[in-house]
Design a protein around this ligand. Structure first.
Ligand code: UDP
Ligand code: MG
Length: 316
């Protein structure tokens, strides 16, 4: 019996790219005759023709399985929905815009056959991304891996192969706020890394603005590290120590030189400085408390309106 491989892609307003996605994937998959494939496509509340195009393709191709979410839940939730719907012995999440070359799937499957449980795809050349995006990504990986004990490999996206056992491990992680890259790293498993060149989008525009990316980075750091919370006790201690030294200095100076009125500038500076440090500390606390609040509601990660699929033939 051939093994079943699920290719999972989230689609959010990708109408221009749907046809291209299936034709390119089909070409790749045709040459991989030792495996059966299913294409899990999650429609993440698109408001263009994406869904109807996906359904049209699913009607003529029994490998295609469409999961329709009730609204836009965001890429991480859409990907989770896809992983939950996938039934393959291996699952490969991929971007619908073909920025991850499907041609790499062949090498992934080879590595998997040799015993790897996770096959990572690392972007060696991101020249198709803007300078700012590359630099900020680099900075993010540095900061994240410095603070967190779970290291995310730099320049590795969601494009990877996951063995069924890995998917099951992922499904045991109950958190609502899903930073997939971090969760993928957290579960561990035997990992092999392949290199590839990041391509430009096949069609349409990126759905991630600077602000969205910033929040994504915050999500990543707060999900996997509590250092930003702890740093405040040290900063506070340091501040207290400095003020103690300064107080001693003032007392000594007053005793030696007598009463001296000027000094309101230093007072004001320290009031403003410590005020803002406290606000920062409270803000940081807020980031975590907010996340605790969201987690505590125990809402489902996504809601499926409907799925479209013909039964997959596994026997062959
Ligand atoms: N995506 C999604 N929901 C969203 C935003 C994006 O499902 O709210 C999908 C999008 O359709 C694409 C993938 O996530 O398949 C990556 O998005 P994009 O290409 O915009 O991100 P970038 O490659 O610029 O990081
Ligand atoms: Mg993209």
């Amino acid at each position: 019996m051939k093994k079943l491989v699920s290719i999972v892609a989230p689609f959010f307003n990708e109408a221009e790219g749907v046809g291209l996605y299936f034709s390119r994937l089909d070409t790749v998959v045709k040459s991989l005759i030792d495996f059966n494939f299913e294409f899990v496509c999650v429609d993440d509340g698109s408001d263009d023709a994406t869904l109807s195009l996906l359904i049209q393709h699913a009607a003529i191709d029994s490998r295609i399985h469409v999961v329709e979410l009730t609204r836009n839940f965001g890429k991480e939730a859409a990907l989770t929905a896809g992983l939950d719907a996938a039934t393959g012995d291996a699952v490969i999440p991929i971007d619908a815009d073909l920025q991850d070359p499907p041609e790499l799937i062949k090498q992934m499957l080879e590595a998997w056959a040799k015993g790897a449980e996770v096959v990572l795809a690392r972007r060696v050349d991101r020249s198709s991304d803007t300078f700012l995006k590359r630099k900020s990504a680099e900075f993010f990986y540095k900061i994240h891996n410095h603070f967190s004990s779970v290291k995310i490999p730099a320049n590795v996206g969601d494009f990877r192969l996951l063995d069924r056992t890995v998917v099951q491990a992922l499904q045991r992680l109950p958190e609502r706020q899903r930073f997939m890259k971090g969760l993928f790293a957290w579960v561990g498993f035997k990992t092999v890394t392949l290199d590839y060149i990041r391509e430009a989008r096949s069609a349409g525009n990126s759905k991630f603005s600077g602000w969205k990316l910033w929040n994504f980075a915050l999500e990543g750091i707060t999900s996997f590290s509590t250092s930003p919370l702890k740093i405040w006790s040290y900063l506070g201690g340091l501040g207290a120590l400095c003020s103690l030294v300064y107080a001693l200095f003032i007392v000594a100076r007053t005793l030696i030189h007598g009463i001296d009125l000027p000094g309101y500038a230093s007072l004001l500076v320290s009031v403003i400085f410590f005020g803002s440090v406290q606000l920062l500390g409270i803000g940081m606390l807020g980031e975590y408390v907010g996340r605790i609040y969201m987690e505590s509601k125990q809402r489902p990660l996504y809601i499926v309106r409907k799925t479209y699929r013909e039964p997959v033939q596994r026997l062959e």
